[in-house]
Ligand binder design. Structure first.
Ligand code: ATP
Length: 367
């Protein structure tokens, strides 16, 4: 069941002088969803978030939140809480006063505000810190305070503008899981801007992949990873092999000396140049012994280099009949089992069912 829409953006465009920062943004966000705007620097994700917040006025287009047209509303009359990369806490106010900031004009009693501040500091894992000052807290703690402050008025929308990028790697990973858990508990519709693919894949219900002021794809983390809609998305999210090939007709493609069948969304006339995309894990090593050597996707290659990534490794192979090197991923157990080492010859089969085929003329992504 689709959640009811919380926010609908239609035809959003932003032009500065002669420069178009956003063009034709259409997007609907469901109530309770956690959505990430993901894309390279300058693609327009912060501009889009600021337009949603009313901190920037769109040049064209409409925004509807909870059935109300907010296109021209000033920020103070919109219903959201926001967290910036830079924490943006008031240094001369205590943590308690920072969190209470949005509540003091709300008409609640001092006691009610104190209780709400206590509850929020509990929720973000900082109980008892209301009398401290921001300078006495770490970056991660300050960002939790900023989160508590953003949530204080129980907004309908939580906007997070790269909230984790100023933090070190360990704190960043911990805090992103905490934010996600808190978001689930509260059910607050959340939009987070990030340029970190792993971060978006690990927390989002849906990812909006942006490039050059446009949306390339909107999908679940699994969809944008497994079924990238464009070469840009395939390149930008995760590691990818790009293979130059030519269509042979009937869903077959020739890549060097390999003939590969691929399920393509678009039929390509014979001779059409295409690019095939394949993830490094999309290969089989087991059960190849009885196979006819002419089986499509069966390969023989030599390991040229191995990059250790922690739980697994990325090997670069020189493959018979292929001009370009191929990246293959192995778990550490597979490394042992198949004796993968530099100089080893491996027999493997490409998962041709996972090949994505794009016109070679489609714009290249930023890898
Ligand atoms: P980053 O990850 O680097 O913050 P971003 O995807 O959030 O990038 P934006 O900050 O939204 O990108 O900027 C989009 C484009 O608009 C950029 O080319 C930027 O230089 C331009 N831009 C942003 N703000 C302004 C402004 N006030 N005046 C003119 N151009 C601007």
């Amino acid at each position: 069941m689709n959640p009811s829409p919380c926010l609908a953006l239609r035809g959003i465009r932003k032009v500065w002088g002669g420069f178009t920062a956003l063009d034709g943004i259409d997007l609907t966000i469901g109530r309770g969803e956690f959505v990430c705007f993901l894309g390279p620097s300058g693609c327009g994700k912060t501009t889009l978030l600021r337009i949603i917040a009313g901190l920037e006025l769109q040049s064209a287009g409409t925004l509807v939140q909870d059935g109300r047209d907010i296109s021209r509303l000033p920020p103070a009359r919109r219903d959201y809480g926001i967290v910036f990369q830079s924490y943006a806490l008031f240094p001369n106010l205590t943590i308690g006063q920072n969190v209470a900031y949005g509540l003091v004009n709300g008409g609640g009693s001092r006691e009610a505000i104190r209780r709400r501040v206590d509850e929020l500091l509990d929720r973000v894992g900082l109980p008892g810190s209301e009398h401290k000052y921001p300078a006495q807290m770490s970056g991660g703690q300050q960002q939790r305070v900023a989160l508590a402050r953003a949530l204080a008025t129980s907004p309908g929308l939580l906007l997070l503008d790269e909230p984790l990028s100023a933090l070190d790697a360990i704190v960043r990973v911990r805090l992103r899981h905490e934010i996600r858990a808190l978001q689930r508990q509260l059910g607050v519709t959340t939009i987070m801007v990030t340029h970190d693919q792993e971060e978006a894949l690990s927390v989002a219900d849906r990812i909006v992949v942006m490039n050059g002021g446009r949306i390339e794809q909107v999908g679940t983390p699994m969809q944008v990873y497994r079924e990238p809609a464009t070469p840009f998305v395939a390149d930008f999210i995760g590691k990818c092999n790009r293979l130059d090939a030519r269509a042979e007709g009937g869903g077959w493609y020739r890549c060097g000396e390999l003939r590969l069948p691929a399920h393509a969304d678009v039929a390509h006339a014979p001779g059409t140049p295409v690019t095939l995309f394949l993830r490094p894990e999309d290969r089989r090593l087991e059960g190849l012994d009885g196979l006819d050597p002419a089986t499509p996707g069966l390969c023989h290659g030599r390991v040229d280099a191995i990059e250790f990534l922690g739980g697994n490794c990325l090997a670069t192979l020189r493959v018979d009949g292929l001009a370009a090197p191929l990246l293959l991923q192995f778990s550490l157990n597979q490394m042992d089992e198949f004796d993968v080492h530099v100089g080893a010859w491996l027999r493997f089969a490409l998962r041709t069912d996972r090949l994505r085929v794009f016109d070679a003329t489609a714009p290249a992504g930023a890898s």
